[in-house]
Every structure is written in C-alpha cells, then in structure tokens.
Design a protein around this ligand. Structure first.
Ligand code: ADP
Ligand code: MG
Length: 139
C-alpha cells in the first residue's frame, strides 16, 4: 500500500553537507521525496517531537543537538513507506546497523545518527502534520 512517512535529516548530516548523499540512498530504495524543507527546530518543537523520551537520560542532549543547527524535514512516499524507511535507516545504534543502511554509512554515534523516521503509520501522520500542510505536497 502507498504510504507517507516523516523523515528528518539531523544536524550531524546538514553540518557535514551530506544531505544529498542521504537523499540518494532514500531515492535508491524507491522512496520518493514529496515534501522537503530546511528549517531550524525550536526548542519547543524538539521537546514536543521527542516527548516520549522525556524521562530518558539522553533527552536533554537530544533536544540540544536537534536545535543547535538546521535540519531537513521531509515527507517520503512509497509502497510500505513507514517500514521501508525504518529498514533503509538501519538500527538506532550505527554499530548494530546493517550494511548499506543510512546509519551504517553515515551515523557518527547512537545520538548523532543522521536520520529520524516515523515508527508507525499513526505517528507518521501526526509528525507530518507538525511540519507540512497539504499545500506543501503537490500531487
Ligand atoms: P529511532 O530514532 O531509531 O526511532 P529512538 O526513538 O529510540 O530511536 O530514539 C530517538 C533518538 O534519540 C535516536 O535516533 C537518537 O538520536 C537518540 N538516542 C536514542 N537512544 C540513545 C542513547 N542511548 N544515547 C544517546 N542518544 C540516543
Ligand atoms: Mg523513534
């Protein structure tokens, strides 16, 4: 089934000027970038976005990393896009990520792991709605 998922190219990726290389992996996997914008996340946006992790020890560092430099927010479309992008991203910890995945290829660490991708179709819809309107995604 054709789905949409939400992606973020994180500050470690924009800082190293590798967003094009990551987009090539995304497109090579058959996912279409139907919405894309470079923004600076506010602290409030980052806190809300990662609210499920607020009790975790890395939460403060995560919020400060995500707001320190620009990110690229994206909407990706394709067959089974949510699960497919999770597969293309690879495991959260790059040491455990499979060969050829974005995190294996590019991540610096478990925290600075280059990309975010929605973990369910429901979350994808909520996350997309935080950053994009229908008018941002031309059919
Ligand atoms: P994923 O991004 O693979 O869905 P999580 O939702 O578990 O992973 O975590 C969200 C983000 O928080 C991760 O992508 C990573 O940037 C950061 N993170 C997760 N676990 C750790 C950790 N143990 N130490 C530092 N940062 C972490
Ligand atoms: Mg997650």
């Amino acid at each position: 089934m054709t789905e949409r998922t939400f992606s973020i190219l994180k500050p470690d990726a924009t800082r190293r000027n590798i967003t094009g290389k990551i987009n090539a992996v995304i497109e090579g996997a058959g996912l279409r970038i139907v919405g894309q914008r470079r923004i600076r996340l506010t602290e409030a946006q980052a806190k809300t976005f990662y609210e499920v992790h607020k009790e975790r020890p890395f939460y403060g560092e995560l919020v400060s990393q995500m707001t320190a430099e620009p990110v690229v927010v994206q909407v990706l479309e394709g067959d089974n896009a949510v699960a497919k992008y999770r597969e293309v991203m690879g495991a959260t910890n790059p040491e455990q990520a499979a060969e050829g995945t974005i995190r294996k290829l590019f991540a610096l660490s478990i925290g600075e792991n280059s990309v975010h991708g929605s973990d369910s179709l429901d979350n994808a819809k909520l996350e997309i709605a935080q950053f994009f309107t229908d008018a941002d995604i031309p059919g």
